[in-house]
Design a protein around this ligand. Structure first.
Ligand code: ATP
Length: 916
């Protein structure tokens, strides 16, 4: 069998391919054959990318400027016979690398696990039955069905095709979709021109096809070229790049500063070794090397938090952008509404009928509504009105979905709109199974949102005539109808105005209205194309309800409070869209009827220039009968107005709009693979409320990130300043390099990390969206960082000099300085729990991790100060109460100073009327 995989399948005829693979073009593989083949070929998934092994990844951790400096320092210290210091530095380098390695693996694993949750399904014919299976279960010989929107699950030799077009950019880089056809080809055909093949990982953008699997997993074309996507690519975002760049610039500045310090010290006659250690201390202390890693980790935590709230992030930068979103453009059906359709009204040949019953249960009553009375309609009456019967029959026959009874509840398999049509036909007593044998389907044109209709061709067993059924959007169908059916089944002129009045009445109640039509075709017709759908007989209308999701109403309100505008972009009728938008409470929809809320349709906007569209897109909240092109134009217009746009989509044609949007959001359940592939984020529940949740998390992530940066930078700056001050004043160093390493390592883990557990602040969704161009640190925050760094300088330097003045040894004085640094960091951590509010407003106990971290840190400091081995390693010594209360007071003073600064700023802000 192995040689099969090496075959040039495009040169093989379809019949030969099926024969060689021991399959059957119509029935597929036999069920009992599958297991043996699965064992032989293995799962159809791409082999795990063979990235660098754990050892290389671990060694890569040492490839950082800070670690170069540390390693150099360690080697020189060792050469100078300072073995304890050298071992501490080596130890720190090692611990740093281990932490980095573990964190990176965790982040990468989280992302990998998420990638798996979006595995694709494949439709396959086995033992003559069509079924949906995970694409990993496919084996060579399987007969697979393709349809627009799907991802090709394995390499296929096409057996049949209908207008098939495939986007092969994943394989060939060519972005224009390729026409595919089940033809025979000459031998030398390059990959890009093998029109009779469909390759794994490429996307079906149009039409349908059927093919036999010739290669799976690593044997597919994509499996062969599958290259390593490096972790760096996956974990990089504009923010991490910005921070990495900032760190690199800072590194150079600090190295220069360190060299100058060394030179100045030596020139002033200080010992070279001491000056070398001072320069190392400066470099080690002042470079915020942990920052890029902290940012990546915080973003990765954001990704998993969002996943818990049903928003799967496909591209990491989306986590950042979400917090800045100013407009969310959402589909209606299924996202803002529950997507559970029930037909409530039928209108055919002047007769208006209402239905009872709920959900998809095909039992209930159909009643005729007269002007002044309502009378129950017996089945015989339904069959008496030919128009009503044809209207219901068209809904039942021109249909690809099924109703199934699971645990005494009726559910739809397929499209809910179609499910509702089957249920109502059942209420009228139409038997789908019986009709199928009487009118078997010969061909169909599937529903595509750009055509807005579906058509099926049937042969009538009784007289071998052909019949075409069509269902779709009212305007589209009316334009294709020449006449209407009377109650007795005759044809009469079509009164378009009357139909439209009915549609408006139904749509104004929020009903989704579909029109039904059909015609007879010549007996020899065996297939249909769009050209056959014309000259139709109009049968009637069916209006179905699809109530808004309760949680969408709440989420829209939350978005509005958060300064985010919500727009509905739907394929539905303008009136239906308007009614639903009113129920949802969209912007501008609560106005009185005189100032009729503005709903624009794609047709209204067809004539508008891109320039005009900029203002319309900004002002109008509802866009109806939207086409994928309109979606794309709207995203561009909103972006031109300066908005950060999140746009939802599910269809193949939505891909360009999803790519263009700042956050493309695809539907996990109803969405096509093409849409998911183009999106930045996938909703696992298709629910609008999950977009709001993701925005909320996005804001939270950014908040915590800023808090971490504001907390960590003063330490680097403070340590740098203390060293510089000591050299320039010409006194002994108040802290040594090993002590700086101790401070930076322990506080980052025990204190800084705890900020990541800070719950989202209560007002997070009442703030205006963050300007993505704005720097992370505002002037205000930079001011605070400098303020705290100065407190550290004065506190540490001051207490060092005080201790020396008291006659304490340098060792004791340094121990006091180190404790001052740590204590200031502990107290300041409580300030950093919020950038604007005090800890008491947040709730003192809302983040217990902070308390645990601070307590653990204090215990470590006691060990640092009193445990002999620690004294030996870190050049520390026991200190007395006179020092401790000074240390505590410095910490407390920091908390008070920063608290006061926040308070003053709050007061100033509340005085400025804009509250900016
Ligand atoms: P959304 O609000 O998510 O854009 P929508 O369902 O209203 O979704 P489309 O799916 O593009 O938008 O449908 C547009 C119109 O096409 C519907 O209003 C309906 O008239 C018609 N339609 C929808 N589904 C079908 C179907 N399965 N067969 C035929 N016509 C359909």
């Amino acid at each position: 069998m192995e040689t099969l995989n090496e075959r040039l399948w495009h040169q093989t005829t379809a019949e030969d391919a099926v024969r060689l693979l021991e399959s059957n073009a119509d029935r597929g593989l036999d069920r009992f054959e599958i297991e043996a083949r699965q064992q032989h070929y293995g799962a159809n998934s791409l082999p795990a990318r063979s990235g660098p092994g754990p050892l290389i990844r671990f060694l890569m951790q040492f490839h950082q400027p800070l670690l170069y400096i540390l390693l150099t320092a360690a080697v020189i210290t060792a050469l100078l016979d300072e073995w304890v210091d050298a071992s501490v530095i080596f130890g720190v380098v090692l611990v740093n690398a281990i932490i980095g390695y573990l964190q990176e693996s965790k982040a990468a694993k989280a992302l990998e696990a998420l990638a798996k949750t979006t595995l694709t399904e494949a439709r396959v014919v086995r033992s003559g039955e069509t079924q949906s299976i995970a694409s990993t279960e496919l084996v060579p010989g399987d007969v697979v069905l393709l349809q627009s929107g799907e991802k090709v699950p394995a390499d296929l030799r096409l057996l049949r095709s209908r207008d098939l077009q495939i986007d092969e950019s994943a394989l060939t880089g060519e972005s224009v979709p390729v026409q595919k056809k089940a033809i025979d080809l000459a031998s030398e055909t390059p990959l890009a021109e093998r029109r009779n093949m469909a390759y794994a990982s490429t996307l079906v953008t149009y039409g349908q096809g059927r093919g036999v699997v010739v290669a799976t997993a690593g044997k597919t074309e994509v499996g062969r070229i599958s290259e390593l996507i490096s972790l760096a690519d996956v974990l990089e975002t504009p923010l991490t790049r910005k921070i990495a760049k900032f760190s690199r610039v800072l590194l150079v500045v600090i190295l220069v500063l360190a060299a100058v310090t060394f030179a100045v010290g030596v020139w002033r006659g200080q010992a070279k070794f001491e000056m070398f250690m001072a320069a190392v201390a400066l470099a080690v202390g002042a470079i915020p090397e942990g920052l890029p890693a902290a940012v990546t980790i915080t973003l990765a935590i954001g990704v998993s938090r969002m996943a818990r709230r049903r928003a799967i992030i496909r591209k990491l930068p989306a986590v950042e952008t979400l917090g800045s979103t100013t407009v969310v453009c959402s589909d209606k059906t299924g996202t803002l509404t529950v997507n559970q359709m029930t037909v409530l009204e039928i209108w055919a040949a002047g007769q208006r009928l209402t239905t009872s019953g709920s959900g998809y249960e095909p039992n209930g009553k159909i009643e005729v509504r007269g002007d002044d009375q309502t009378e129950a309609l017996a089945l015989t009456d339904v069959s008496a009105s030919h128009a009503v019967r044809h209207c219901l029959q068209a809904g039942l026959m021109c249909n690809d979905s099924q109703l199934v009874l699971t645990e005494s509840k009726w559910a739809v398999q397929g499209d809910p709109t179609e499910g509702a049509l089957i249920a109502v036909a059942g209420k009228a007593g139409l038997d789908g199974k019986q009709l199928e044998t009487q009118l078997p389907r010969l061909d169909s044109i599937p529903f595509e949102s750009q055509h807005q209709y579906m058509a099926t061709l049937h042969s009538n067993k009784s007289d071998d005539s052909r019949h075409l059924y069509v269902k779709g959007a009212v305007e589209v169908l009316l334009s294709k109808c020449q006449s209407a059916m009377t109650p007795s089944g005759e044809n009469c002129p079509l009164d378009v105005a009357m139909v439209q009045r009915q549609v408006e009445a139904m749509a104004a109640e929020g009903l989704r209205v579909l029109a039904f039509a059909g015609k007879s075709l010549p007996a020899e017709t065996s297939d249909i194309s769009h050209a056959d759908v014309g000259d139709l007989v109009f049968y009637g209308l069916q209006g179905m309800i699809d109530p808004p999701r309760d949680e969408a109403v709440a989420a829209i309100k939350a978005c509005q409070t958060a300064g985010i505008r919500v727009k509905m972009i739907t394929g539905d009728h303008a009136k239906t869209a308007q009614a639903i938008a009113e129920q949802l409470g969209l912007d501008g929809m609560q106005k009185s009827s005189e100032e009729a809320p503005i709903v624009k349709t794609a047709q209204d906007l067809a004539e508008s220039s891109d320039q005009q569209l900029i203002d319309i897109a900004d002002q109008v909240a509802v866009f109806a009968r939207a086409t994928p092109e309109l979606k794309l134009r709207l995203v561009r217009a909103l972006q031109a107005k300066g908005h950060i746009v999140a746009m939802t989509g599910d269809g193949v044609n939505d891909a360009p709009a999803l790519k263009q949007a700042d956050i493309g959001v695809a539907m996990g359940i109803a969405g096509t693979e093409v849409a998911k592939e183009a999106a930045d984020m996938v909703l696992t529940d298709d629910n609008f409320a999950s977009i709001k949740a993701a925005v909320e998390e996005g804001r939270g992530v950014f908040d915590n990130l800023t808090k971490f940066i504001v907390w960590t930078l003063p330490t680097n700056m403070g340590e740098g300043l203390v060293i510089l001050a000591a050299i320039f004043v010409g006194v002994a160093l108040p802290i040594l390099p090993v002590q700086i390493l101790w401070i930076n390592m322990t506080t980052a883990v025990l204190l800084g990390l705890m900020l990541a557990f800070e719950p989202k602040e209560a007002d997070i969704m009442t703030r205006v969206p963050r300007d993505p161009q704005a720097p992370i640190l505002t002037g205000e925050l930079i001011g605070r960082i400098i303020l705290v760094a100065l407190v550290m300088l004065i506190g540490a330097f001051g207490s060092f000099e005080w201790a020396i003045g008291q006659g304490y040894s340098e060792i004791v004085a340094r121990t006091i300085s180190v404790n001052v640094f740590v204590m200031v960091e502990v107290f300041y951590l409580f300030n950093c729990r919020s950038l604007t509010k005090s800890m008491f407003e947040l709730g003192v106990f809302t983040n217990r991790w902070i308390g645990f971290g601070a307590a653990a840190m204090l215990i470590l400091q006691i060990a640092f100060t009193y445990v002999p081995i620690m004294n030996h390693i870190f050049h520390s010594a026991p200190i007395g109460w006179d020092a401790w209360w000074r240390i505590l007071l410095t910490g407390l003073a920091t908390y008070m100073i920063v608290g006061l600064e926040k308070w003053v700023r709050r007061k100033l802000r509340s005085r400025t009327p804009t509250g900016a």
